[in-house]
Design a binder for this molecule. Structure first.
Ligand SMILES: Nc1ncnc2c1ncn2[C@@H]1O[C@H](COP(=O)(O)OP(=O)(O)O)[C@@H](O)[C@H]1O
Ligand SMILES: [Mg+2]
Length: 561
């Protein structure tokens, strides 16, 4: 007997529907897109229990006639394209005519839609219309999706917790907030309004509503155009970062898309301005002739394919770089361009000299070069904590502790990457608590990737090789600090944990606040800081320096208004 069977229509329908609507968030996405395609200017999304019991989307768009309302839930019913030639010039969010068919196939589905004078009410279960009635005047469409997957128990089982499903919906919802500033949106979960976002004139105003006015101040705009594409967007200054890439939003012709490649272009444009494993917030909108984009490559239309991908990637990178060049990287009291040029000039001087690590030589160079640049003069120390520098263009205030943390972290990183180690002639024995020993055993690989070699005997660790960065008297403290840090961060990714452990170990011996420094020490610190890959923030993301430009000083003293 043949084992292969042709599935019946009913089963085929359910399988196909499950592909389009994987979870509540997908249904929300499709319904929002339909509302936008219907030219709505207001969209209210309300869900219950993460969307498992109810997904409701209401819009003030064109609405449908009775005839169209019935057609809209049948298979491959669309008003947006008429044939294959239209597939290459899609300007609407939808085009496959599958969403309402799929959603209504796997739920108890209710729709009220009207074009002004009257409206139509339809109720169906598993795509079977059970009720259809004429209702009063209304313009727009309300769709209620009850009991998602009621007839697809396998799929129902796969839904995650309410919170989890809600978060997925929230993510999708937010992505449309940035897609269309000209539409107002609300999102309600279990009766509680989470977002109420009005129509605004600009992306940055939208951002202010979604994030906050404080964060909005740290965003800069990206604008660029060539014959083939246009880019509009906002990106965060390097001082504002996030631990994941989730805050990078990409749009192609106002359609939210996922593109790891474009995200990489954005990150690479920042280069070393970003600390390892920290990522910018960015909203990048690319506008391109629909002929060059295939939006039909993914069931949920989340990924798209460009016919000229590498060109786009370069263009994005270039545009972000251009935007970053125009800004001040040092947190500034004024909004004026800071002493950055001078610093760069100073860095150039340093680069021309062959760099040697030996203290004496370095010291000589500092004595020779800092005063020689003529632009950076250490004025003194305030509160035994801040170093005041005359930059020739204003005043720079350096936090000695944050600055030194940055210097030490980069030095330790460099040592680890260069595998510069010291073999301890007298191995150091450290007595540890049992839980610390446990961490050591678990993290042996991570420690060896940081060039620590040791043996463990009962409750002792015998350190034999350590990065050459550490002075002998620092080793025990730094090692224990690093160990404790690793114990805290079990859930994070390996790279991130390594980065944080390095920072913790390096920061341990940093110059503290409330510590008097000699002029020479201040000069060395300033010099070393300027040589850092990212001199502007400490490894924990706090600023190392603040600039008060000449203009700002003049304003403060009312020499200038
Ligand atoms: N909110 C809405 N307002 C007006 N018309 C709608 C709405 N939702 C769906 N429609 C109509 O129903 C059709 C089918 O919707 P859908 O199944 O999502 O397919 P698609 O969006 O791919 O056309 C749409 O083409 C549109 O004409
Ligand atoms: Mg649609």
């Amino acid at each position: 007997m043949a084992k292969i069977k042709i599935l019946d229509d009913e089963t085929v329908k359910l399988i196909a529907a499950g592909e389009v609507v994987e979870r509540p968030a997908n249904a929300v996405k499709e319904l929002i897109e339909n509302s936008l395609d219907a030219n709505a200017t207001r969209i209210d999304v309300s869900i219950k229990n993460g969307g498992k019991t109810l997904i409701s989307v209401k819009d003030n768009g064109t609405g449908m006639s009775r005839e169209d309302a019935v057609l809209s839930i049948s298979k491959h019913a669309t008003s947006k394209i008429s044939g294959k030639e239209d597939l290459s010039k899609i300007r609407t969010y939808g085009f496959r005519g599958e969403a309402l068919y799929s959603i209504s196939s796997v739920s108890k589905f209710e729709m009220i839609t009207g074009q002004g004078d009257s409206s139509t009410y339809i109720y169906c279960e598993g795509n079977k219309i059970l009720k259809i009635e004429e209702r009063g005047p209304m313009k727009g469409t309300l769709i209620n999706v009850f009991d998602l997957f009621f007839n697809l128990p396998a799929r129902k089982k796969f839904m995650k917790s309410d919170i989890n499903e809600f978060q997925a919906t929230e993510e999708i919802f937010i992505s449309y907030l940035f897609a269309r500033e000209d539409v107002s949106f609300t999102l309600t979960h279990n009766g509680k309004q989470i977002f109420n976002i009005p129509v605004v004139n600009s992306l940055i105003d939208r951002f202010t509503y979604v994030y906050s006015p404080e964060l909005a101040k740290k965003m800069v705009s990206v604008e660029n155009k060539n014959v083939n594409f246009e880019i509009r967007g906002i990106i965060s200054k390097p001082e504002l970062t996030r631990k994941s890439k989730d805050h990078i939003y990409i749009y192609v012709n106002d359609r939210p898309v996922k593109s790891p490649e474009i995200i990489e272009s954005i990150i690479s444009a920042y280069g070393s301005l970003l600390f390892r494993d920290s990522y910018p917030i960015a909203i990048i909108k690319i506008y391109i002739d629909p002929e060059f984009v295939d939006v039909n490559v993914h069931p949920a239309k989340i990924f798209v394919k460009f016919s000229n991908e590498s060109e786009i990637l370069n263009f994005v990178k270039e545009s972000v770089q251009k935007a970053l060049k125009g800004i001040n990287l040092i947190p500034d009291v004024s909004r004026e361009f800071p002493a950055l040029e001078k610093m760069e000039a100073m860095l150039d001087v340093e680069k021309q000299l062959t760099f040697e690590t030996e203290k004496g030589i370095l010291q000589k160079k500092i004595d020779e070069n800092i005063p020689d640049t003529g632009s950076f003069r250490v004025v003194g120390q305030v509160l035994d904590t801040y170093i005041i520098v005359d930059t020739g263009k204003g005043m720079l205030i350096v936090d000695q502790h944050a600055g030194h943390e940055r210097i030490r972290t980069e030095k330790l990183e460099d040592d680890i990457n260069r595998k510069s180690v010291q073999n301890l002639i007298d191995p150091i024995t450290v007595k540890l608590e049992p839980w610390q020993i446990e961490i050591i055993r678990q993290e042996k690989d991570l420690f060896s990737s940081m060039n620590f070699q040791f043996d463990v005997f009962q409750n002792h660790v015998i350190l034999r090789t350590v990065p050459s960065f550490f002075k002998v008297q620092e080793i025990v403290d730094a090692f224990i600090e690093g160990l404790n840090e690793l114990g805290k961060n079990k859930t994070k990714g390996i790279d991130e944990r390594k980065r944080e452990t390095i920072a913790t170990m390096a920061c341990k011996g940093a110059i503290k606040a409330n510590q008097k420094l000699s002029e020479k020490e201040m000069k060395i610190l300033l010099y070393d800081l300027m040589k850092c890959r990212n001199p502007y923030t400490c490894p924990h993301g706090r600023p190392t320096m603040i600039n008060i430009g000449k203009d700002e000083l003049e304003k403060m003293f009312k020499r200038k208004i």
